[in-house]
Design a binder for this molecule. Structure first.
Ligand SMILES: Cc1cc2nc3c(=O)[nH]c(=O)nc-3n(C[C@H](O)[C@H](O)[C@H](O)COP(=O)(O)OP(=O)(O)OC[C@H]3O[C@@H](n4cnc5c(N)ncnc54)[C@H](O)[C@@H]3O)c2cc1C
Length: 388
């Protein structure tokens, strides 16, 4: 790992004289663009639609450091530090404890939650194991009488993903980044170039952070990556809890998560474990999704009186080993995708390390995208699930 990235910003002017094109103005591409510009690279972000128009604008904004293996534990902590540091510069971010739990009788999940907490603690993540009585005392809004075990971390919080990404764009522009919206591009990878509206522009480095479209953007340029987009859903509803309730919760037994939201509560799951087409997918939630999820939410937060206001779908990206693809796919051509529903929360760390990689740093060796050939056959599996 490159230690310079866990420290305070170090402006070494490593980008002077480099022209970098970034494809995609989501949280990951804009974070990379921002750090590249802070290192004095000349950066243009090409965005097919508008800033945050795809996954970053449809995310739930749940952010935590509760990862039970490296390098994610380090990246999770680095990312939470990044959110706090950006918040000091004006980014929206609300600290909030994150609780994950398993219900009584769900022996497999109970063991996974316990083992995960132990491994987090060994890795230096400040995760605490709580029994139902402790949880009830700390978070009296939650139904706890059917909970066998829970983990809690204070290294967590939430943000409005669209507003946060817009803030990133503003910061990037202030650092000199050009953001070309409504500009879908094709790329060439032999000698890195972007082609927009028929105009071809050669660049020193090319960074593909096109979210669920990354696979196609690269495939059109002859590079295969092992990634599959899949559809997930979320909703927002009014509640009778007031505006200062906590915590964020991931109920592993009921397969759903929830967090406080300025309008009440935001909840999600509704994962479809099959490949989706980023050009064609249904952006509306399934008809039965709100009622089905509301039942599970009101079971866990009994007096919330959830009144669902809106629901939607968006895309996440899966890989064979459920770790992202971040790094070079060809000389001077980089990708950042495959975040398994946890791309937003890791974007401050991953975007920054991607920028470092472009400028000659170590990047994130464990996420080397060429660890796969790109033609692997694999199943889409939900991202948040606790792992063995
Ligand atoms: C309902 C839902 C809830 C989620 N909740 C969370 C959560 O709570 N926490 C979390 O960490 N993650 C969450 N995620 C996942 C998260 O949204 C993603 O991991 C993250 O936003 C990925 O960011 P990105 O920058 O890689 O991609 P994106 O935000 O998708 O950005 C890619 C951009 O590239 C552009 N693009 C595509 N093709 C081209 C082209 N050819 N030329 C130019 N531009 C192009 C797109 O228009 C898009 O704006 C959720 C996702 C969904 C759908």
């Amino acid at each position: 790992m490159n230690e310079t990235l866990s420290a305070d910003p170090i402006f070494q002017n490593r980008g002077v004289g480099r022209e970098v094109a970034v494809v995609g103005a989501g949280a990951v591409g804009l974070t990379a663009a921002l750090w590249l510009a802070r290192e004095r690279a000349s950066v243009t972000v090409y965005e097919a639609k508008t800033v945050a128009s795809e996954s970053s604008g449809r995310a739930a904004g749940v952010c935590y450091d509760a990862f039970a293996a490296e390098p994610n534990a380090t990246l999770g902590q680095e990312a939470i530090e990044g959110f706090h540091s950006f918040a000091e510069e004006g980014a929206p971010f609300t600290p909030c404890p994150y609780v994950w739990l398993a219900g009584e009788g769900d022996e497999g999940k109970i063991a996974l939650v316990r083992d995960g907490i132990r491994r987090m603690q060994e890795l230096g993540v400040e995760a605490t194991e709580l029994e139902a009585a402790d949880l009830a005392e700390q978070f009296p809004r939650l139904r706890t009488n059917d909970i066998a075990v829970a983990g809690v971390t204070e290294g967590a919080g939430y943000t409005d993903p669209e507003a946060y990404t817009a803030w990133l764009a503003e910061q990037a522009r202030a650092e000199g980044v050009t953001i070309e919206e409504e500009t879908p591009v094709r790329i060439e990878t032999e000698s890195p170039a972007v082609i927009a509206s028929g105009d071809r522009r050669e660049v020193d480095d090319l960074v593909v952070t096109a979210g669920a479209h990354s696979k196609q953007v690269l495939a059109d340029a002859g590079v295969e990556i092992a990634m599959k987009p899949y559809r997930v859903q979320a909703l927002v509803g009014g509640v009778s809890l007031g505006d200062s309730w906590e915590p964020m919760v991931y109920d592993t037994s009921a397969d759903c998560y929830l967090r406080p939201h300025p309008e009440g509560l935001l909840a999600g799951d509704g994962t479809e474990e099959r490949e989706a087409d980023p050009e064609e997918y249904d952006r509306a939630a399934n008809a039965n999704f709100p009622a089905n999820l509301a039942d599970r939410v009101t079971h866990r937060v009994p007096d919330c009186n959830l009144d669902v206001d809106r629901a939607w779908a968006g895309l996440c990206t899966a890989t064979p080993d459920r770790d992202p693809l971040v790094g070079a796919v060809r000389e001077r051509v980089y990708v950042g995708t495959g975040f398994q529903g946890q791309g937003f929360m890791r974007s401050p760390a991953i975007g920054r390390r991607l920028a470092d990689d472009v400028l000659g740093g170590d990047g994130i060796p464990a996420f080397d995208p060429t660890r796969f050939d790109g033609d692997e056959s694999f199943e889409v599996r939900e991202g948040m699930a606790v792992e063995s």
